[in-house]
Write a protein of this length. Structure first.
Length: 420
């Protein structure tokens, strides 16, 4: 591989491309990125992925979706109009993509796999956003589905590292070595060997940035956010947050795992493997220091408060009141995996076993279908899972006061509870 010295990867999420002003701000950040080559990974604009999800759901269930699709179409056209003097080709590209999206929606078939059709549809958010951004920054648009190869695990594609590394090096090294050009590509998307679209899991664009950085042995990755860096809590939910100026990969992986929404949990591993530092910086204040995540030692950190909404607490009892045995657990875990329900916390007692997962009605019903014969299942929805990492007595008191806890669990560093 040709050496690409000083290569940086920048990732811009939905909020940083939500309108024309945001995209122009992105442009100015890119212009100040320094002389080295730059790979720019972009998510869908604003809340586009949520909108596409609901349109897809309407289409799949045979309901009318024209109004929602029109709103999404207008939103993209409006951004194009507002960027008028900055763009040359994006207007036409966006119209083509919108037409292809409409066609895709019309082809949705409720008798075929939901998750597969989801990926073929939801990808348009990133395809649209990158066409616009590439035009504004004068970057080379690259289809990420040709770079990152995954298996056919729709909506949560598992990366084939060897072929992704080979493709990424081949395609991007050529593009970037050709001159002082930036590459703009989609976050969140991958492709199967036979060219179908996969997605990497919601909020997966951070992961994309890490995959590309890994494959290209980049010098650093920067995630541009609407917050000042990695904070000890979400400022929308907690007052008086503190920013961690520097933090290790390991601490960050754990926070992301517990649901800190600032970074997608899969992002850290590839970066840690190749010792690539990750910066989290504010696109509102690009000069501010942000957070540096790398291999480092640091003293004990301020307690981190992490909140996962929309949780579901499921409990399983074996029908014959037998103890929950290894054999039973094997069946339950198998069924959870099959229904793609991920365990956030679990606990067991003599005759019952409880797990807390993100709620999806469809997936829970699928689970019920699999286990109904063998187990009695109860579940509660609309719950919240709180995690305090590096807790102390004061932080537990502060967070639990006045709440009815349905499940709680404490380890040496972490306190977790589920409540209404
Ligand atoms: N647009 C996708 C989502 O909203 C991916 C991302 O934002 O990282 O989930
Ligand atoms: Mg996002």
């Amino acid at each position: 591989m040709k050496e690409l010295t000083g290569l940086q990867v920048f990732k811009f999420g939905g909020a940083s491309v939500k309108d024309a002003a945001a995209i122009l701000n992105l442009f100015s950040i890119v212009e100040h990125s320094g002389p080295g080559p730059l790979v720019i990974v972009v998510s869908a604009m604003g809340k586009t992925t949520n909108a596409l999800e609901s349109i897809f759901h309407l289409a799949y269930s045979g309901q009318e979706y024209a109004a929602e699709l029109a709103a999404l179409t207008d939103y993209h056209r409006q951004v194009i109009r507002n960027l008028d003097s900055e763009i040359t080709t994006a207007g036409k590209d966006v119209e083509e993509l919108l037409a292809a999206l409409a066609q895709q929606l019309a082809s949705i078939n409720p008798r075929e796999d939901y998750d597969w059709q989801y990926d073929q549809t939801i990808c348009y958010g990133e395809l649209l956003a990158t066409r616009i951004v590439a035009d504004v920054v004068g970057g080379q648009w690259v289809d990420c589905r040709t770079l990152i190869k995954t298996d056919e695990n729709w909506r949560e594609g598992r990366v084939d590292w060897a072929s992704s590394e080979q493709n990424t090096q081949q395609v991007l090294t050529a593009e970037l070595a050709a001159g002082p050009i930036n590459v703009v590509t989609q976050g969140f998307l991958g492709g199967t060997a036979d060219g179908r679209t996969t997605t990497l899991g919601r909020e997966g664009s951070d992961y994309t940035a890490a995959i590309l950085a890994y494959c290209l042995r980049a010098e650093s990755v920067t995630i541009w956010k609407d917050v000042a860096g990695l904070l000890n809590a979400d400022p929308k939910l907690f007052p008086n947050t503190v920013r961690y100026p520097e933090i290790s990969y390991r601490e960050t992986i754990e926070m992301a795992y517990y649901g800190a929404s600032v970074i997608h949990p899969k992002t850290l591993k590839p970066l840690a493997d190749r010792g690539i530092p990750l910066r989290v910086k504010s696109f509102v204040d690009p000069e501010a220091p942000g957070t540096l995540i790398h291999d480092c030692q640091h003293p004990a950190l301020a307690p981190a408060f992490i909140c996962k909404p929309d949780q579901c607490l499921l409990s399983f009892e074996s029908k014959d009141f037998a103890f929950i045995s290894e054999e039973n657990l094997e069946v339950i875990f198998g069924a959870l995996a099959q229904a793609k329900l991920k365990i956030n916390v679990m606990q067991n007692s003599a005759i019952s076993f409880s797990v807390c997962t993100d709620f999806s009605e469809r997936r829970v019903n699928q689970l019920l279908d699999i286990l109904r014969e063998q187990f009695t299942l109860h579940y509660n929805t609309g719950l919240t899972l709180f995690t305090i990492k590096n807790y102390d007595t004061a932080s537990i008191k502060q967070l639990t006061e006045g709440k009815r806890l349905l499940l709680e669990q404490r380890t040496r560093n972490t306190f977790q509870f589920v409540c209404q």
